[in-house]
Design a binder for this molecule. Sequence first.
Ligand SMILES: O=C(O)CCC(=O)C(=O)O
Length: 286
Amino acid sequence: MTLERVAASDGDAAQRMARAIERAGAAVIVDVLDAAACARCIAEIDRVERLVDTREGTNDFEGFHTRRIFNVMAYSAMIRELITNPTVLGAAEALLDPGLLLSGTTSMNIGPGESPQLLHSDDGMVTLPRPHLATMVTTLWALSPFTDHNGATRFVAGSHREQARGAQPGADVATAASAVMAAGSVLVLHASTWHGGGANTTTDERRYGLSIQYVAGWCRQQQNLMLGLDRELVATFSPRLQELVGYSLYQDVMGHVERRHPAELLGAPRGGVGGWDRLDGPGACR
Ligand SMILES: O=C(O)CCC(=O)C(=O)O
């Protein structure tokens, strides 16, 4: 199965991506960022790594030559901008629904000498029988080129549909393909798809990746953004980003605070929770 590539400028990109991901578990949006934007993002990752004193991982999963900044959005307005990119967010909305939430943001800076990461699915902790509809979507942004030599993400096409509950990638490691892509491209995965960072066999090349994950509005976010982002900081975000981190209601009910809209805690009056007013109506769900 070839990895479908869709141009960010394609008016139908989000829908085409969603269809390709339903089929293959993964697809790439090309030309999301230009070279200058990628260079700025790399400089930003370098800055934040110094700021928070990011160290290499200390286990096989995180890698001993890879630096990760978890919750990187807390430290960078530039990274926050990417979360609402219309094409990438649009593809996630098409796979989940517009009531989705942000699940987390993590940079993954793979250094020379890194070994391949264990293939895994990002929704491994979801206990639904498999296969199941996407509950989470992972987007992996290539801030530098992803090559066969510097750690391009590996993935098993179609594995989101085939795996039985509890199955491990096992022999599928041999069938994993590399998501080789130019800087500025974004690999979008159904979170059940087996994947992992590749080996970096270069002597001097770092692979700068950024993971932005979204989750269905009725699921739990992987990173606790309500505790990980100061309310004063969230008050400076765009209304859409505030919704995505959790100051929103799903189906006009889930996420309320004492029957009020959570965005009121940011000083934005939004009224009460409308969902209950409809529960006795024609769309009643109880
Ligand atoms: O770095 C990559 O390409 C993938 C990383 C990943 O899948 C993870 O850390 O969960």
